[in-house]
Design a binder for this molecule. Sequence first.
Ligand code: ATP
Ligand code: MG
Length: 652
Amino acid sequence: ALAIAGSDVAGLDPEQLTAIQAPRGPVCVLAGAGTGKTRTIVHRISHLIHSGHVAAGQVLAVTFTARAAGEMRTRLRALGIHGAQARTFHAAALRQLRYFWPRVVGGQQWDLLEGKLRLVSQAAHKAGAGSETEVLRDLAAEIEWAKASLVTPDDYVAEATRLRRQPPVPAEQFVSVYQLYESIKTRASQLDFDDLLLHTAAALEEHPLVADEFRDRYRCFVVDEYQDVTPLQQRVLDAWLGERDDLTVVGDANQTIYSFTGASARPLLGFARRFPHATIVRLERDYRSTPQVVSLANRVIGAARDRPAGSRLNLVGQRRPGPEPAFAEHEDEAAEAAAVARRISELLDAGTPASEIAVLYRVNAQSESYEQALSELDIPYLVRGGERFFNRVEVRQAMAALRTAGARKPTGDLPMLVRELLTPLGLTEEPPSGGAVRERWESLLALVELAEELAATVEGADLAQYVVELDMRARAQHPPTVEGVTLASLHAAKGLEWDAVFLVGLVEGTVPILHAEGNDAAIEEERRLLYVGVTRARQFLSLSWAIARSESNRRPRRRSRFLYGLIPEDHPTSRLTRARQQAGVAPAQCRSCGSQLVGAVATKLGRCSSCPADIDEELLGRLKDWRAKRARGLKVPAYVVFTDATLTAIAE
Ligand code: ATP
Ligand code: MG
């Protein structure tokens, strides 16, 4: 009979059990969304501990977001496991570094970098590389990419050329900014997030005593969402492991959505090659979503190009049938947001809890119309994505009040104390009915819950410690959980699930994002992002878009190319497209991927700019003409997009 220590085998399938019961050593679970990967690793940890193979304190589980790490801790606690660590790579490194630093570097103290953009701005100023916020953001992102990819300033030019990267300023100038950024930061004894990882890896690689001590303490490693590991994180992981191989990884190559940070699914897909004796498990049963949602997810990802061998998995839905996914086209973004808010209010009335509903979008700026629309209907919500929580007026006021109170050293029960101090700011006993007042109340309550959490984990925690914890969280942009409808970016939704999910803003230029245009790999990543979004829904899924931005900006927009083939035949918007075709209005869709076409070239080819096409003599002539013009810096029609495919065609 199958038996696993510490938990019930019910609710685990044979493949999941294979991974859970595998002996200590390398294990890899390659599987699609909702197949129970995270559940499997939590049970594996529990099984290894309960069967005495490893002590709870020797387990280190890492994942990529604070929320995911928190969920893993909760799930472990539910299985009776205490003392196993589940953290993000950064949080784990921060802790280790604090511990090892005095021995590795000496007495000198360091601080986490605050105000990264300000530092980049200083560096950019010195290097004469511009001062616009946009450029500074891009410079910061490029520095992050370089560090996460283990590319030093010395290597940058060669690597950037090899990978055809386009830094926001010329490569040589970028190197100066990068170098200056590093030197200003070092002089101020500050470390950025990537430094935490770099120094942790270096401490273990260069100091055998530190490494011995660490490896004696931690013996069993687990990584969730392994498809998005960066070379820097992999280096830390290798430093943790040393010569050992007690590593369990789980991931889904179809959910690789952080390539822009240097992450890649290569370590996941190459796991079996690196550890030939590894236990490899594939899961195909989808336990999260209704068959309707699963079928849509399969179609979204089935259309992907160049799927690596390890990622061709078909999900088989296990749940009872539910409603068909809803598709809706709207006049503009405000109308879209209002419709979504109305639908959410209906779901709430029907008994779905607010915390089981999410609105997911491509870029954080999209949250605003939804915040407004939800506020109008008095629906509580929370915006994921960090900084906002700590920027809220009431949170800033609360932190100031707590700090003041914490300096004179009041005693007593910490959560009670915090509650008393926050009452004057609006933390009434009963929740107010809705809108801004309710939201304020929710944030204050979240601060009390955080105090409860601290009091439960650290014995004798006082107000001063609590304020330090809050400061740390604010700096790491790690907000506490607030009750309400979740507003989050698709990136931030990874690994999570809700009963009802609204995927909004599905227009060309947003999904896929504008700057992915003309870059096949980037377009594919956008498709995976939609796949991640679709697979977050348990029961109810809505996909919507607006054909204009606002009442004042009616410039027509096209719905996302990824929706092609997903919208049912009898849907009003499909009928509209057919009517247009029958009326002889332009062949609307790409013959290869089905996205809607704009511009003479695309229409002539019957292919969008990212699909390969047969090009006839006449068109070839025109394309060559345009290319020559563009090379001379002359204007070409805006709709002429030169992709690799067209350029290759011209070259031949
Ligand atoms: P993602 O790729 O999105 O991170 P995942 O593979 O990690 O997904 P989980 O979050 O572990 O999936 O599981 C998805 C849902 O299915 C969860 O609600 C989980 O409790 C449930 N589940 C997993 N395995 C089983 C099972 N054998 N029986 C019933 N429910 C299961
Ligand atoms: Mg998961």
